[in-house]
Design a protein around this ligand. Sequence first.
Ligand code: ASP
Length: 453
Amino acid sequence: MAERKKRSLTTMVLVGMALGIATGLVINLTGWNEPGNFISDYIVNGLFLIIGKMFVNALKMLVVPLVFFSLICGVCGIGDVRLLGRIGTKSFALYMLTTAIAIATAIVIAAGLGIGQGMNLVSDGEFTGKEAPPLSQVLIDIIPTNPIAAMADGDMLPIIFFSILVGISILMVGKKAASFIEGAEIANEVMMKMVTIIMAVAPYAVFALIARAVANLGLELLQSLAGYVLVLVGALMFHLFVMLMIVLKVFSGLNPIIFIRKIRAAQIFAFSTASSNATIPVTMRTVTERFGVNNSVASFTVPFGATINMDGTAIMQGVATVFIANIYGVELGLTGYLTVILMSVLASIGTAGVPGVGLIMLSMVFTQVGLPVEGIGLILGVDRLMDMIRTAVNVSGDATVSCVVAKSEGKLDRAVYDDPEAGMLDPDEALAIDPEVEQEIAEMVDQTKKKKA
Ligand code: ASP
C-alpha cells in the first residue's frame, strides 16, 4: 500500500507535466495565448503565473537556510577537516572538466553538421548583452563583507564560504559549541522536512509552470529554428546519457541506469523552474536520500555545482556559437573555438544558476571572439524552452560529480544507491503531522510558559 502511494508522487508529477504540455499546446494552437484573450490574461498569465511563481519562490525560500545549516553540519560531521580541501579540489576539477567536455562535444557536433550554413535569418536585434562579472571580482566576492547581505541576495559562493568557516570555527571551539551543532542539525532536519512538503505539492505547480511555458512558446519560431533546436537537444541528450554516464562509471564504478532512474525528480524540477539554484533543495534531497551521498559531501558539492557547473549551458553556447558564426559567415578557426571553450568554462564560474543566465554568458563569449552580439536575438525566441532542458542537464552534472566525489572518499552509502526504493517520497507522509506529537509539543510549550510565569 505504502509503495503504491510512494510511486504516485513521481507519477503525479509526470502526469502534471504531460497535462501541462497538452494544455499549453491547446492554448498555443488555438491562439488563446494572444494578449487580450481571457484565457491568456486570466489563466495563463494570471492563475498559472501566480501558482508557478509561488512555487518557485517556495523553493528559493529554502535554498539559503538549507545550504547554511547543511554545510555547518557537513563540516562538523566530516571527521577529518583535510577532507574538505580534497572535496573542494576534486569537485572543482571535475566540474571544470565536464563543462569543457560538454562544450567541446557541442562544437564538434554542431560544426560537423554545419548548422546554420546557408540560412538567411534576420535578427530582431533585440538582444543587448549584459556583462558577466570578471574572474578577479568573482574571486574577491567569495569573501562576503556582510554575510547577511550575501544571504539576502542569495549569493551562493560567499554563503558557502561563510558557512564552511562557521563549521570550522565550531570544530575549533570544540565541546563548548556542542549545542550549536545540535541546533544546526535540528535546523537542517527541519529544512529538509520543508523540502519534502514543497515537493509534495509539485504536481500542480509543475502543471502550471509547463502549461504557461508551452502556451507562450513561439511554435513557428521553433520550426524556423528546427536545425538549431534539434542539434542542441541532441547534444544535450548525448552529454546526459553518454558523457556524464561514462564519467560516472569510469570514476566511481556506480551503475548509470540506477542514476538515470533516480535523478528524474531533480531533472523535472530543474526543467520546470529553469533554475539550478532554485532546484538546490531537490538536488540535495535526491543526492543524499536517493543516492546515499553523505551530507558532508553533498552540502558542499550541490550548491557549489549549481553555481559553477553548467554543462548544459556550455553546450548551448557551443552550438549557438557555431550556428550564428555560420549564419553571419564568420570563420572562427581553431583559435576562435578554443577561446569559446575557455571563455565558457570561466564564465560559468562567476554566474549563478538562474533562468536565462546562459545568454549573458553567450554575449560575453561573442564579444571575445568577435561575433555580433545582436545575433543572439536570433535564438532568443526559443531560449526559454532550451533553458529548461539545459538546466535539467546542469543539475544532472551536479549530481554526477557529487556521487563521484563521495564514492572516491568513501562517503557514499552503496546500499542506498542500489536500492530503487531508497528515499522515495510519499506525499501523504510528507504532509502528515502525528497527532500525538502535536499534543506532546503543545504540552511542552505549555509547561515552558508556566515555568516562566
Ligand atoms: N538556467 C540555467 C541554470 O539555472 C542557466 C542558463 O543556462 O541560463 O542552470
